[in-house]
Design a protein around this ligand. Structure first.
Ligand SMILES: Nc1nc2c(ncn2[C@@H]2O[C@H](COP(=O)(O)OP(=O)(O)OP(=O)(O)O)[C@@H](O)[C@H]2O)c(=O)[nH]1
Ligand SMILES: [Mg+2]
Length: 328
């Protein structure tokens, strides 16, 4: 009798929006289970259609608090929402005001929200292959919107832009120097710059600075000009919360802009391009290590590198030449 996991059953449950099946499948992916290949193959045709919002920024900028507000906005529109938190530096606690509501959401009372955090950065800080798979699983579960929260700003490369259709960069007042430093990259990262914590000192100066940076940048005809949206995401009373309507309107506007241009196809292309590269790298490595198994070669390679007789680059060259016949 085959006691392996029942892929048919799991995929069926996933398609029906079953949260426990979703959670289980994500764990399979994170554990690198063999079965995930078959799962991904089967669910793939049902994925790729959700609208993906990336939300990035420094630790503690307010990404999760803003995500809470966005979840509520999208739930008000009856959209099924998935949230993936990559390497959160603090738990997704929910803002003070919305805490209760979100706790409710994340505790399976509302089948319309699925939140998952994952400690899964690839090498070089890029989003790992598992992130792509997890997003696809959540899409297959039925999510129409997927919010991906990643830590980081001002880094050379923020991979979330390759996954997300709309990318929010969250900054806070007092980040003036940081913003200065990332001036060049900021337009490439952010479709919308959220100036969160607009209740704090320095907000106006920061706004002026951001707008000046934008005005000093030239945009081509028809090109999207990043929007700056000030927000206050926490407060004692609901009316203390500000900028959420403007933020959702800006997201909608960017989505419309993408749909009018060919940018939507461009994002789709880049996402698949990255995904393909990641899977290829992974599988190639697995294949080669499998081939070396039992030969003692892997151990020898490592020892030689440690002894200084060889280096990883030469070893990889050698291994590739031996195991892969390239058509020259
Ligand atoms: N004053 C003020 N505090 C805020 C605002 N938004 C969020 N905060 C607070 O900032 C802290 C960090 O908020 P989070 O939403 O956890 O920030 P984050 O960017 O998700 O943080 P990490 O996931 O740890 O990187 C919390 O204590 C929030 O209550 C705001 O608009 N104003
Ligand atoms: Mg967070």
């Amino acid at each position: 009798m085959d006691n392996g996991p029942d892929i048919d059953e799991m995929v069926k449950r996933l398609f029906s929006g079953d949260r426990r099946a979703t959670a289980r499948l994500i764990t399979w992916v994170e554990d690198g289970m063999e079965e995930t290949h078959e799962v991904m193959r089967r669910i793939y045709p049902r994925t790729g259609k959700a609208f993906i919002i990336g939300i990035t920024g420094a630790g503690g900028a307010g990404k999760s608090t803003l995500t809470n507000h966005l979840i509520r906005k999208f739930r008000d529109q009856d959209k099924i929402v998935g949230v993936v938190l990559v390497d959160p530096s603090s738990p997704f606690s929910g803002g003070a005001v919305l805490g209760e509501r979100i706790r409710l959401h994340s505790h399976s009372q509302d089948n319309g929200v699925y939140i998952r955090s994952m400690a899964s950065r690839g090498y070089l800080g890029g989003l790992s292959r598992a992130t792509y798979d997890v997003i696809r699983i959540i899409e297959a579960m039925g999510a129409e919107i997927v919010i991906v929260e990643t830590l980081g700003a001002g880094q050379d490369e923020i991979d979330v832009i390759h996954i997300a259709h709309t990318c929010l960069l969250v900054v806070t007042p007092g980040m003036g120097d940081d913003i200065q430093a990332m001036k060049a990259g900021i337009m490439e990262i952010a479709n919308i710059i959220v100036l969160n914590k607009a209740d704090l000192d320095g907000t106006n100066a920061c706004l002026r600075h951001l707008n000046a940076t934008l005005s000093a940048t030239s945009f081509e005809e028809g090109e999207w000009v990043p929007k700056v949206i000030p927000t206050i995401s926490v407060g004692d009373k609901p009316k203390d919360i500000q900028g959420m309507d403007e933020l959702t309107a800006a997201i909608k506007e960017h989505q419309t802009h993408l749909q009018k241009s060919d940018a939507m196809d461009q994002v789709r292309f880049e996402r698949v391009e990255h995904e393909l590269g990641l899977i290829l790298k992974d599988e190639l490595q697995k294949l080669i290590f499998k081939g070396l198994k039992g030969t003692g070669k892997k151990k020898r390679y490592i020892e030689n590198i440690i002894k200084g007789k060889d280096d990883p680059y030469s070893v990889v060259d050698k291994v590739l030449k031996t195991y892969i016949k390239t058509k020259e």
